[in-house]
Design a protein. Structure first.
Length: 117
């Protein structure tokens, strides 16, 4: 089943120099395992291909039902150097929430995940 992150999580993002920091938080604690399993470092890197120049790091925060991603080389030098419209990386959270993940049907139904319409 195809699931939009927007339907199961919320996110916040900001900048640390040339790195965008994106936190993704499950809307329901039972959905954290879905984030942990399907929102991988490589999936996020693929999702942002062409938008970031560096590596993607992922940190798991199970006590917060959240994942944190560092997108290196995303801000063209950072807030004081960049000519990008979003030099502080605020839109990366919205962009990540547009990602669609594939969850096995049985698991999606068991967790009552909302399918893409």
């Amino acid at each position: 089943m195809k699931i939009r992150l927007l339907d199961i999580a919320h996110a916040r993002s900001g900048d640390k120099g040339d790195t965008a920091n994106v936190g993704v938080i499950a809307l329901q604690p039972r959905w954290y395992d879905v984030l942990e399993q399907f929102v991988t470092r490589s999936r996020v890197a693929d999702h942002f291909r062409g938008m970031i120049e560096g590596d993607v790091e992922r940190y798991e925060l199970p006590n917060l039902n959240a994942l944190n991603f560092l997108l290196h080389g995303a801000l063209d030098g950072g807030g004081t150097l960049s000519l990008k419209t979003d030099a502080q990386g605020k839109v990366y959270s919205t962009a990540l929430l547009r990602m669609v993940i594939d969850v096995p049907d049985a698991e999606a139904k068991r967790l009552a995940l909302p399918a893409v319409r």
